[in-house]
Design a protein around this ligand. Structure first.
Ligand code: BES
Ligand code: ZN
Length: 664
């Protein structure tokens, strides 16, 4: 894939400089960030006031104290250790006619090392003008062409006195992979267009020139102009009503990394759900969304009671159109969510607990690089499970944990079969790879089970105190896997010599597969499912399965346990008894499709195609398209549906599906 848009640099001198710099820059040359976060270190090491450098003399330092937050981010060309952005003043205009965004990004910067250049990440954008506060006129900036998925390096000349830089630029729907502009037909209301962004992991650079590394935080304010009648929302303070002028202002006073920079524009309404929570959705969706998320305020209260204060002001959720490529995205103050979690019975709200939990694990204490993503996702799955346990009880939380265990086993088996066993380590190696490659079930589910093991080993009280202190100590800071291990050792494991031996955290983190000491979870609710399933496989009738009381995780478990080769009669019998094909629960429907498509179930009709054309959530697309590949229709059938569905998908999903189906 080549950059979709040429860069335009204005001014002859700029062209010459740009050309010269391109000439000397090799395509695959990568700059790395090495950060020394002394503040965070001092929290780990109280006694030693030693400069944190790469020096190997460890004689005077304990292992714990020697750990620093020095790290390399292979996925950014910025050099924040030299000159770093601190605050963004963003002005943007959204044009739905041309599907473009015209913007000015004005940054307050700090020239830490007195360097003559500040570097930002950019990809596929047209930069028209760069200025700075301490010199007149346009600057001769340069764009160093770098790497296909990482984009390019924007180099802006600065001096020791430069306080602000300002960049005028334009991005298009074509070039900006973070953005999805939707036509009215792709929305619930069918009348107004819609726009949403998805910056994580490294897509912020496609719509904002930025130091696109999760460890670099900035505060921001923004003024965004959209067509009259539409509402604009960001990961910031938000309006609750449509503005008459189409102009909206935003403020984010807590420093956030670029991957949490987010915008949504559409025909939206707000409904409060409690003193600090609410939901945004299109008018036709708002009531069902408000009902579905009724427990949100109690989730926030529960989360705070578990691990300390929520630091972001409001916690709102926006329900996006179904093409949103993820289930949820933890944009601060405003979680972005797929409408596929609206099942009508609040059964899929663990996803909200998950995104809320990121307000601590991820947004507050942030993975330094995408190789440390398990620190975000593993902690979040654990935290999510604790919220669910508090609100819906231990039985329910155990069922979710067991589903996670099933997923984990499948994921490890699959990664092994793909010769990707190295990716079954919690700390992954993503050098030279797209961070998306690290986004498997491993950081989520293996991470969850490691933390669960810690909890079981040290006892819940001790563990909760540790976690709470961890979030507080490192709030608004970055965390590497090594720093976490050092902190864990110092604050927890050193208290009892048995704990380290029992847990073996390094084995979990740096070695492949699932260690033998993985916690075992029992669920009587799932045992019931197994027993009922056995009655059916032994010849009982599906309609006699005692499922009246079953909840969604039980249905998912039931479907997952069905054998891979079902006959038409069996599939029809189950479908008639339980209505899986027409289920209003997207998880149940997707699990069912995955099971019966490879068996060419005749009762599916157009339902698979309808689902794939409407829904763009990658977690559903991948298994369903894979199932079609296994069916009689094979690749041509998958491609025929994809052809119709693709225009509805966000770039995150097309990237994955193009690869899966060999599209283009
Ligand atoms: N932050 C993730 C989504 C993500 C991760 C996007 C990495 C891009 C790169 C979000 O919190 C998430 O994990 N979403 C899950 C939901 C969850 C309940 C496991 C999803 O979208 O399915
Ligand atoms: Zn997550």
């Amino acid at each position: 894939m080549l950059s979709k848009l040429p860069y335009s640099c204005f001014g002859h001198l700029t062209d010459i400089i740009t050309f010269a710099l391109h000439f000397f820059d090799t395509i695959f040359m990568k700059h790395s960030i090495i950060l020394v976060a002394l503040v965070a270190l001092s929290a780990i090491s109280c006694e030693t006031k030693k400069e944190t450098t790469n020096e190997k003399d460890t004689s005077t330092m304990t292992e714990t104290e020697n750990k620093t937050l020095e790290y390399t981010d292979h996925h950014s060309f910025s050099k924040p250790q030299e000159a770093v952005v601190k605050h963004l003043n963003w002005t943007a205009n959204v044009d739905f006619e041309t599907k473009t965004l015209t913007a000015t990004a004005k940054y307050d910067i700090e020239n830490l090392k007195g360097v003559d250049t500040i570097y930002l990440d950019v990809k596929n954008m047209t930069i028209s003008k760069v200025t700075r506060d301490d010199s007149e006129g346009d600057l001769a900036f340069a764009i160093h062409k770098k790497e296909v998925f990482l984009g390019d390096q924007l180099a802006i000349p600065i001096t020791e006195n430069t306080k602000t830089i300002s960049i005028d630029y334009l991005v298009t729907a074509e070039g900006a992979d973070a953005l999805q502009f939707l036509n009215p037909v792709q929305t619930a209301g069918k009348k107004h267009p819609f726009l949403f962004t998805q910056s994580q992991a490294i897509l912020a650079r496609t719509w904002l020139p930025c130091q696109d590394s999760p460890g670099i935080r900035f505060t921001y304010e923004a003024t965004v102009t959209v067509p009259k009648g539409l509402m604009a929302l960001m990961s910031a303070t938000n309006p609750t009503e449509i503005s008459e002028t189409g102009v909206y202002t935003f403020q984010m006073d807590q420093p956030v990394p670029s991957y949490l920079f987010a915008l949504a524009v559409g025909d939206l309404e707000y409904k409060s759900l409690g003193k600090g929570t609410g939901v945004y959705a299109e008018p036709s969706v708002i009531e069902s969304a408000a009902y579905e998320f009724e427990d949100m305020q109690s989730m926030v209260d529960t989360a705070e009671a578990l691990y300390g204060p929520y630091k972001w002001g409001m916690y709102d959720v926006i329900v996006l159109p179904p093409s949103f490529p993820f289930g949820g995205m933890e944009n601060p103050r405003l979680t972005f969510a797929t409408p596929t979690i609206i099942a009508g019975d609040k059964s899929l709200t663990a996803l909200i607990a998950h995104e809320l939990a990121h307000s601590w694990s991820g947004n507050l204490v942030t993975n330094a690089t995408w190789e440390d993503i398990w620190l975000n996702e593993g902690f979040t799955v654990y935290f999510e499970n604790r919220i669910m346990e508090e609100i819906f009880g231990k039985d329910f939380a155990n069922m979710l944990a067991l589903l996670s265990y099933q997923d984990l086993q499948d994921e490890i088996e699959w990664l092994n079969s793909e010769n990707r066993s190295a990716d079954t380590r919690l700390r992954v190696d993503l050098q030279g790879r797209n961070p998306d490659d690290g986004l498997t079930g491993i950081p989520y589910d293996k991470g969850f089970f490691l933390l669960k093991l810690m909890e079981e080993t040290v006892g819940r009280e001790e563990w909760d105190n540790f976690l709470k202190t961890y979030f507080d100590t490192f709030k608004f800071k970055v965390m590497t896997t090594d720093s976490f291990l050092a902190y864990l050792d110092k604050e927890l494991l050193s208290k009892n010599p048995e704990w380290e031996k029992t847990i073996q955290p390094k084995k979990w983190i740096f070695e492949e597969g699932l260690p033998d000491n993985c916690p075992k979870i029992n669920s009587t609710k799932f045992e019931t499912v197994e027993a009922q399933l056995k009655t059916w496989t032994d010849g009982g009738a599906a309609k006699d399965i005692a499922s009246a009381e079953w909840v969604t995780p039980q249905w998912l478990y039931f479907i997952n346990l069905l054998k891979d080769t079902l006959t038409q009669t069996q599939m029809k019998e189950l479908d008639t008894a339980f209505g899986f094909t027409k289920s209003g629960n997207s998880e149940i429907k997707a699990a069912w499709f995955e099971k019966v498509i490879p068996n060419n179930y005749e009762g599916l009709g157009n339902s698979v195609e309808d689902f794939l054309v409407e829904v763009g959530r990658r977690k559903f697309l991948t298994p369903i398209y894979k199932a079609i590949l296994k069916s009689n229709g094979g690749l041509p059938a998958a491609k025929a549906i994809y052809e119709k569905a693709r225009p509805n998908y966000h770039a995150v999903s097309t990237e994955t599906m193009d690869n899966l189906l060999g599209y283009k």
